[in-house]
Design a protein around this ligand. Structure first.
Ligand code: NAI
Length: 458
């Protein structure tokens, strides 16, 4: 039994996902003593159930499409089939390598790693299997879970993204409930694997958080890929039979499939963890925090439990921010609007900053322009369609960048710098972009917005 003295730290972190482990590593680097508590696997949702495994599936999906479409590039290859167990082996191999690496990092950092389910029992104490860890600061980083709808039980042919990561065979038909980020990514992968996919989305458009121009292009591309899109359709009920599942929409229409994938959002993991009992303010289970500070001094919150974008890189940034703030470094505040967003469906979506509508609301007069990838050499070589849309304040800086097209996620880095440094289109236009790259599309979009288009029709 560890004595009380030894179990006192500068920081006790509850949850070893992106937010929690980033905080732990940075704090240890800064010489703080850290205890990191994790009930399952170090790395959390991102590494084991989210970003990494799903992007591996999407890469396998891209390879399948490349094989199928190879003749269009003059290469004769035959697409045979998807060997899902082999796809999983590849995906799990990627996850395991990263998991080992992360375990090594945590070990080398010299922090105390505690396996087990922790619960906050006082504003400075976490209890894990009867062991009390006391911290000058507590960091809540317990993450999120895949939600379902009332009356819609997960099991059998009804799955969330979590079970879908272990699918044993490709369903002949799939209904995806929810056309948000997870919905469109899984729809995209399953379509490439050969399933007939229908997306049911209650709102009038897919990826409703994005600029409407992006949703429109995505729906067009998905229809071309023969993914059925049902915007404005509300789910009423689902019933499982032996060989299929029947979904009834409001209004009575029924859809049948072998698999129903539920992707209606992720909820915070906060229930029963003692947060409210110590006075931490919450809203529908989310922990309210201002610059990661909760309503209780010395108690911090990072990642998916804090309202806002549920993204691993936001968690990393918040974790690092908290460690530096505790160490007295006075880190710069995180601009949530400047956090880049990438959705890895085919075509890919990448964006940062304001949509046109949000910019109008925030700044009044704005200007926007779209640069079509039809004028971009590398995109034509790849055979992809899409565009770069820019939004600027009238005669002012660029405040929103929205991109869609194969591989466009890789362009988000420069987009983020342009947004973050409040660049004028004229500033970016004077920077030379390499030819032929897709990155050039960003350069040309700025040339066009600065009034000197090159490969663009006005
Ligand atoms: P989401 O909030 O993005 O989308 C859920 C969708 O389900 C919404 O469009 C909503 O209107 C729809 N919906 C809800 N109830 C419905 C009903 N009764 N009938 C029909 N449609 C209904 O949530 P999602 O896709 O589950 O993702 C969860 C979180 O994970 C997101 O915050 C996302 O940012 C994050 N994530 C990010 C990824 C990335 O950055 N590439 C990848 C996967 C997830």
């Amino acid at each position: 039994m560890a004595d009380q003295q030894q179990d006192t730290y500068d920081i006790v972190i509850l949850g070893g996902g992106s937010g929690g482990y980033a905080c732990a590593l940075r704090a240890a680097e800064l010489g703080l003593s850290v205890a990191l508590v994790e009930r399952s696997k170090l790395g959390g949702t991102c590494l084991h159930l989210g970003c990494i495994p799903t992007k591996a599936l999407l890469h396998a999906a891209e390879v399948a499409d490349t094989a199928r479409e190879s003749a269009q590039f003059g290469v004769r290859a035959t697409f045979e089939s998807i060997d899902l167990p082999a796809v999983h082996a590849y995906k799990d191999g990627v996850v395991n390598r990263l998991y080992k690496g992360l375990q090594g990092l945590v070990k080398a950092a010299g922090l105390t790693y505690v396996e087990g389910t922790g619960r906050v029992v006082a504003p400075d104490t976490v209890e894990v299997d009867g062991r009390r860890l006391t911290g000058r600061n507590l960091v809540l980083a317990t993450g999120s879970y895949a939600k379902s709808l009332p009356g819609l039980d997960i099991g059998g042919r009804i799955m969330t993204s979590e079970q879908a990561l272990r699918l044993e065979e490709v369903p002949a038909r799939t209904i995806v409930l929810g056309g948000g980020v997870i919905g469109v990514e899984l729809a995209s992968a399953l379509r490439s694997f050969g399933s007939e996919v229908t997306i049911v989305e209650a709102l009038p458009r897919l990826v409703a958080a994005e600029d409407p121009a992006i949703s429109k292009q995505l729906e067009r591309s998905f229809r071309k890929r023969k993914i059925a899109v049902r915007p404005g359709a509300r789910f009423e009920s689902a019933a499982q039979e032996d060989a299929q599942v029947t979904v009834t929409l409001e209004g009575g229409e029924q859809l049948q499939a072998e698999l129903l994938l539920v992707a209606v959002g992720r909820g915070p993991v906060t229930e029963g963890l003692g947060y409210e009992e110590i006075g931490v303010a919450t809203d529908r289970g989310y922990v309210l925090a201002e610059d990661c500070r909760t309503s209780v001094p010395g108690v911090w919150a990072v990642g998916d439990i804090v309202p806002g974008l549920q993204l691993a890189h936001r968690g990393f940034a918040q974790g690092i921010y908290v460690a530096e703030a505790i160490a007295g470094l006075e880190p710069a505040r995180i601009d949530e609007r400047g956090i880049p967003r990438v959705t890895y469906c085919d075509p890919e979506i990448a964006s940062v900053g304001y949509t046109e509508e949000q910019a109008e609301e925030a700044f009044g007069e704005v200007e926007s322009s779209e640069y079509n990838l039809g004028g971009n050499g590398k995109s034509q070589i790849l055979g992809t369609q899409g565009f770069v849309k820019l939004v600027r304040r009238k005669d002012g800086p660029v405040v929103g960048l929205h991109m869609i097209g194969a591989r466009m996620g890789e362009q988000v880095g420069e987009a983020q710098l342009i947004y973050g440094w409040e660049a004028l289109p004229e500033d970016v236009a004077s920077l030379v972009h390499a030819h032929p790259t897709q990155n050039e599309a960003l350069g040309e979009a700025h040339l066009a917005l600065a009034g000197k288009p090159l490969h663009a029709h006005s």
